[in-house]
Design a protein around this ligand. Sequence first.
Ligand code: 5GP
Length: 197
Amino acid sequence: MSLDKKGKTFVISGPSGVGKSTVLKALFEGRGDLYFSVSATTRKPRPGEVNGVNYWFLDDQQFTDKEEAGDFLETATVHGLARYGTPLKPVQEHLAEGVPTILEIDLQGARRVKQRAKELGLEVVYVFIAPPSFDELVRRLKGRGTETPEEVAKRLETAHVELSAENEFDVTIVNDDVDKAAEDLWRVIASEYGITE
Ligand code: 5GP
């Protein structure tokens, strides 16, 4: 890939259960030259999740210490249940190498990045992943089976808010087919980098 000197940041948001992680997994399987920002979180790992791969799993005190040290690009409490944050340094290091850098974060985080982009000299493209319909989102979220009914209810509450913020984003990708959504996302990145293939 021919890269600009300075990389671009792609903020990927969308309601919980829309399939962001699956779309990103499909994108990364096809492309090695992208950087996925591994977030820190205070939530407990789900079965199969690996520290340093899916998230950096921290306790509350560790998270607070890092936040106070200015180690995060942004942080948010998501669904009122756990804290999440994007480690700043790895993002800056990859951008300095010109690598397209992907942040999978919630709406609050996306807004925070918008506030800080200028100060940090970030060039950001905001991408919203939308479900084919709200009913489909409910079905996917319940079908995942990894959350308690209380957590599912919280996530649906948040989903209503997040869906109404779609117009704050530069691009919307509807996830009705994972491979197609991953390809659409790649097109967005490629066009920002002036890549034609
Ligand atoms: P989950 O717990 O299902 O992995 O993620 C819950 C939500 O937290 C998702 O909407 C995800 O995009 C968001 N999230 C993950 N990492 C971060 C982060 O570093 N910052 C923010 N603001 N949200 C994040």
